[in-house]
Design a binder for this molecule. Structure first.
Ligand code: ATP
Length: 367
């Protein structure tokens, strides 16, 4: 959680033992999620894992088969969407094309009977917050895609919902605009202190914006944590693979010492911190992130106290600021090391013999 986060200790939204099936398909399978008031909380996972269905159940557009939904401690499971104090923003923001920005944003306020003077004032305030001051009289066609999405956001926020539910809201924008909007959305959320529940299949997006992330797979929550916890301490192969790239390997424990276990690989070794009950002979699934693998001369590894293996550079992929080195390690397979292009290590070329090494703490034991 960042120091500037608006998260409180109160419960904003609680999904309690929620299951939802569509015919044979179990879309959401016994999900339990507690979202704190003021939190930027993302549901992250591949297509079809149940993110949107979960969000739609919070909004009241779908009814769970079992379980309950609480908003600020109030059981809203049986309430209609209009009775729940939440709003939703979609990827395809349907603004009314014939109405200007002001009328689009104040639409909901008009429906709920707020008087004209207050409506105008609240629209002006929320347009400030979404960084569109003075845009009241523009029509949607006079706005860029990012600006239109900000109007949709203003429209969803102007009646001050207790939570905003966002379903891939930046999916239609190009990459550059998407990056800008990610930071802006986070800033807007922080300024308002409103709980945001954000659905995305884009791990970078979730890591950039969220206070916490629930990683979903096949209708279930695999892990909940801060971006750093999820990235650095994934608890399953699925989470590790989904959140960034990794070098996965089978680690057959041949030796144990204190809290460490390891195996030899050619003249080198791979070691990991392992639980006390892991016996010699056990095979664990382990992984190391590409950015953690340092390259050095074959006889002089950068991290001699960690894992050290030796192999041959098979391929170098130049990506501008960084390069990827595919290193073939006899007895282990291929490892990918990511190095910054300005580092000395990135001078290695195809065919070079190198040591690949990483610190003990960076061998992730997955399950
Ligand atoms: P995406 O990122 O592609 O939107 P998602 O993680 O949001 O995926 P859901 O839309 O929640 O996934 O769908 C979960 C599963 O439930 C999928 O297998 C989907 O096909 C199924 N599903 C969702 N809505 C319905 C429906 N109305 N009728 C039948 N099956 C549905």
């Amino acid at each position: 959680m960042t120091a500037s986060s608006s998260v409180t200790s109160e419960v904003g939204i609680h999904l309690k033992g929620i299951t939802k099936t569509f015919g044979e398909v179990v879309a959401v399978d016994d999900v339990d999620i507690v979202i704190r008031e003021g939190e930027f909380y993302s549901l992250l996972g591949p297509s079809g894992c149940g993110k949107t269905t979960s969000l739609r159940m919070i909004a009241g557009f779908e009814v769970p088969d079992t379980g309950r939904i609480l908003l600020r401690d109030k059981d809203v499971s049986g309430d209609l969407p209009s009775k729940r104090n939440v709003n939703m923003v979609f990827q395809h923001y349907a603004l009314f094309p014939h109405m200007n920005v002001e009328d689009n944003v104040m639409f909901g306020l008009r429906v709920s009977g707020v008087r004209k003077k207050e409506r105008v004032q609240r629209v002006a305030e929320i347009l400030e917050i979404v960084r569109l001051p003075g845009f009241q009289k523009r029509k949607p066609f006079q706005l860029s895609g990012g600006q239109q999405q900000r109007v949709a956001l203003a429209r969803a926020l102007v009646n001050r919902p207790s939570a905003l539910l966002l379903d891939e809201p930046l999916g239609a924008l190009d990459v550059k605009l998407r990056r800008e909007m990610q930071l802006e959305l986070k800033a807007i959320q922080h300024d308002l202190g409103t709980t945001f529940v954000y659905v995305t299949h884009d791990q970078e997006e979730a890591l950039t914006m969220s206070d916490r992330i629930a990683v979903m797979n096949l209708g279930r929550v695999e892990q909940v944590g801060t971006p750093r916890e999820i990235y650095e301490h994934p608890e399953s192969s699925f989470v590790a693979g989904f959140i960034g790239s990794l070098n996965a390997m089978d680690l057959k424990i041949q030796q144990r010492q204190d809290d460490t276990g390891g195996m030899t690989v050619g003249e080198g070794w791979v070691i990991a911190r392992v639980d006390a009950d892991v016996a010699v002979g056990t095979t664990l699934r382990a992984a190391v992130r590409p950015e953690r693998i340092a390259l050095g001369p074959a006889g002089a590894p950068v991290h001699p106290d960690g894992s050290v293996v030796v192999g041959t550079v098979e391929e170098v992929i130049y990506l501008g600021a960084m390069s990827l080195f595919h290193v073939d390690i006899p007895g282990l397979g291929q490892l990918v090391s990511q190095r910054m292009s300005h580092e000395d290590e990135s001078a290695y070329r195809t065919g070079d013999r190198v040591s690949a090494s990483w610190e003990l703490a960076h061998t992730l034991v997955l399950e």
